[in-house]
Design a protein around this ligand. Structure first.
Ligand SMILES: C[S@@+](CC[C@H](N)C(=O)[O-])C[C@H]1O[C@@H](n2cnc3c(N)ncnc32)[C@H](O)[C@@H]1O
Length: 253
């Protein structure tokens, strides 16, 4: 299932891998080192209540709804395209409808952190946690039922976003799904969209958010699917916090 030499960091391994076989991307090192690469940042942010504050009290609902969407189908092979803070993946991994969870992140520290959060017997039974790049996903083409992008896309430069979407589509089986939780498109109606001070704060902490807000995500996904001669259909959408965040389920043929 894992297609190249990335060694899965399962609970059985000695976890001696300290260095990423990939160079960390510039956008991550330059803009997000404090949140995802620094041990202090990881310890500080990786708590459900912290992520819930960052998402203005909406984290638990979004995370639970995303799990519910994924487990609405049984016997799921799920790809977690980058790690996430809080209990989303540990909760998902423990669902009986999830047969396998292939969860990777480009930062080794994130994988080590995830190993601490998912119970050992669950990792041994059905998880592969490994260091990997979402722009070059080390999973077989059309091998998973569901690919999950949990608040990753808004943190990526536009070109990287396109590559990641292409990869996510590529690894997902015909009849499988993309599940995406992230900021909703900018409509200019939410207070945080209208108010310049809020916009400035958001955009200084999240340098790629303005582009993400302004993009037509569904069109971008369809474009990437077309290139692969696949088709995409939006099968579920849910909005939070007056349309500030959204959860999407897209079925891929
Ligand atoms: C999923 S997003 C964060 C989501 C949100 N802030 C949360 O924790 O719920 C952040 C993760 O993406 C990872 N990441 C960024 N670019 C990546 C890439 N190209 N490949 C794999 N992981 C990547 C970072 O290392 C980080 O762990």
């Amino acid at each position: 299932m894992i297609t190249d030499s990335m060694s899965p960091l399962s609970a059985k391994s000695n976890n001696k891998q300290k260095f990423s076989p990939y160079a960390l991307p510039d956008y991550l090192v330059k803009h997000y080192w404090w949140a995802y690469l620094s041990p202090l940042g990881v310890n500080f942010f990786d708590h459900g209540f912290m992520v819930n504050r960052i998402l203005w009290g909406n984290y638990h609902a979004i995370a639970q709804d995303a799990v519910n969407v994924i487990v609405s189908q049984s016997a799921q092979k799920v790809a977690g395209i980058s790690s996430a803070y809080g209990e989303f993946y540990p909760n998902l991994a423990q669902q009986r409808q999830v047969d396998n969870l292939y969860l990777f992140d480009i930062a080794p520290i994130q994988i080590k952190q995830m190993q601490k959060k998912i119970p050992r017997h669950i990792i041994e039974k059905k998880c592969q946690l490994f260091v990997g790049d979402a722009e070059h996903i080390a999973l077989t083409k059309q091998s998973v039922d569901t690919s999950v992008l949990f608040f990753l896309l808004h943190e990526l430069p536009k070109a990287v976003r396109g590559n990641v979407l292409a990869q996510a589509i590529g690894i997902t089986k015909a009849g499988g799904r993309l599940v995406i939780a992230d900021y909703a498109q900018f409509k200019g109606t939410h207070l945080f969209h209208r108010n310049k001070l809020f916009r400035t704060i958001f955009e200084s902490v999240e340098p790629f958010l303005a582009n993400f807000w302004g993009c037509d995500l569904l069109s971008e996904i369809k474009e990437q699917a077309n290139v692969q001669r696949r088709t995409i259909k939006l099968t579920h959408e849910q909005y939070y916090f007056d349309g500030f965040y959204r959860l999407l389920e897209l079925t891929i043929e």
